[in-house]
Design a protein. Sequence first.
Length: 246
Amino acid sequence: MPASASKLQDTTVRPQTTILIGGQISQSKKALTLNKTTASFIDYLEKELNTKFTLKQYPWLRAMDAAERGEGMIFGIYKNKEREQKFIFSEPIFADTIWLVTLCDKQFRFNNISDLQGKTIGLQPGSSGGADFDRGIHSVFKPEYTTTDLTGSFLRLYQERMDAFIFYEDYPRGIEFALARFNRQYAVKGTEQSQPIFCKIEQPVTKIDNYFAIGRKADPSMIQKINQVLLRAKKNGDLDKIFKRY
């Protein structure tokens, strides 16, 4: 085996090749799973960098803490002023569209954050909905923090413990697939065609870039290598192909 290949193998378990992903193993999700777009992107990076990444999944706050301590690179993080003091960010990877999901018979008008006045909005601890949304937490609307997966968010909404929750659409038509799945799950049995229970508000909260990030005291070499791949992939169109494929 060439010395360079041996060196690459030795680095596969080091922090700079560990990717931290927000999420939580639950009753409905027994193991770490990636959507097709993210899996395709990670495969692309591994081939371009000739390395193998170790994926670890933690609840979002724990994933950010681990990244800040230098235990790996966090994937899918948004920038804000507070985070920029703690992390070194990569080039932007892709943009999420953030939606509000409501009960269809309790939809409300949404054009800006002030329309959430007095409402209860579900979100995960440590998550962000963009600068305007984040400023509205507690001052405009009440947050309903949940550490459960998407299944838990839909259940809490169904139980009317919140007026809406934020949904991160990180691949094309992700919101439609999720709504179709949970509307089927909660459909009234014995009816030929029940009305949908869950709907999205047509005006998205925002569209926001995703990044890799590492703690400011961590070794930045892998982020630098990833940046080279990202810039090249944007220029040759590979990045658009990956994130618009599915």
